[in-house]
Design a protein around this ligand. Sequence first.
Ligand SMILES: C[S@@+](CC[C@H](N)C(=O)[O-])C[C@H]1O[C@@H](n2cnc3c(N)ncnc32)[C@H](O)[C@@H]1O
Length: 273
Amino acid sequence: MTDAECVELMQWAAPRLRLRWEGFRRVRGQVCKRIGRRLRSLGLPDAAAYRARLEAELAEWEVLDALCRVTISRFYRDTWVFDLLGHGLLPARLGTLRERGETTLRVWSAGCASGEEAYTLSVMFWLGLQPYFPSARLELVATDADAALLERARRGCYPRGCLRELPAEWVARAFPSGGDAPCLAQEYRRGIDFLEQDLRSEMPDGPFDLVLCRNVAFTYFAPPLQREVLSRLVARLVPGGVLVIGGRESLPEGDFGLKRAGDSRSVFLRTVR
Ligand SMILES: C[S@@+](CC[C@H](N)C(=O)[O-])C[C@H]1O[C@@H](n2cnc3c(N)ncnc32)[C@H](O)[C@@H]1O
C-alpha cells in the first residue's frame, strides 16, 4: 500500500470512527505501517480491497480503530506544564482544599497510555507537594481504550529514556531499582486506578480538581466530537478546576466556561459561575 493509498483510506475511514484525518498527518507513517501489516495478514492486495472488507464486515472497524491509536508518551512531557502545575496551580488548589477542611486532590488522566502522565503526577504530588500539605491525599483515575497499555501501566516499569525529562532527584527516589527498565516504587502507585474506557462514550464521574486530556481528543477526534467531549470534561471539573491539553493542541471555539491559566496555551481553569 502506497502512502497516497493509505492517506485516501484514512480520509475515508477516519470520520466513520468519529476521528479526523488531519490529526494523523504527522504520525501516519506508523499508522500506515500497521494497516499495511493488517492487509498482509488478511491476504488483501491493496487499500481498495481493505475498504471493501470494512464495508462488508462491521467487526473490522474495531480492528482499524485500534490500529489508529497513537501511543507515544513519556514522563514529565511538556516540562512547562508540569512546572506550572507543581509550582503554581496545584499548591493553590491544595491551599483552597485545606481552607475548606478537605484533604483529597482528585485527578483524571484521560488517554493515559502506559501510565507515564498519571505516575508523573503522583511522583510530583508525593515528592513536590505533599511535604508542604502533609494531610493531603491523591486520588487519581487514569483511563485508556487500550487494554495492553493499561496492563503495562499496572506493571509500572519503563525504558530509561522515557524518564529523561523527570527531575533526576525524583527519578532516583521513585525508581530505586535502576537498570535499563526501572520500575516505579510501590509508594507512588497508591491511590491510582487504571480503567479501560473509550473516551468517545465513557468517562469517570468526577468531579475532579485536575483533568489531563493530552494528545488524544483534541488531536484525533472529529470537531463535533471534540466539542461534545470538551463539554463533558468541563462538567466534571470543580469550579476553579484545571484542564490540561497537549502542547500542540487547541480547544474548539465556543464558550465552554474555561479561561486560560496566565498566558499558557495548554492549561485552562474552569470559570467560577
Ligand atoms: C498519544 S497518547 C497520549 C498519552 C498521554 N496523554 C500523553 O500526552 O503523553 C494517546 C493515548 O490515547 C489513547 N486513546 C486513543 N483513543 C482513545 C479513546 N477513544 N478513548 C480512550 N483512550 C484513547 C491511546 O490508546 C493512547 O494511549
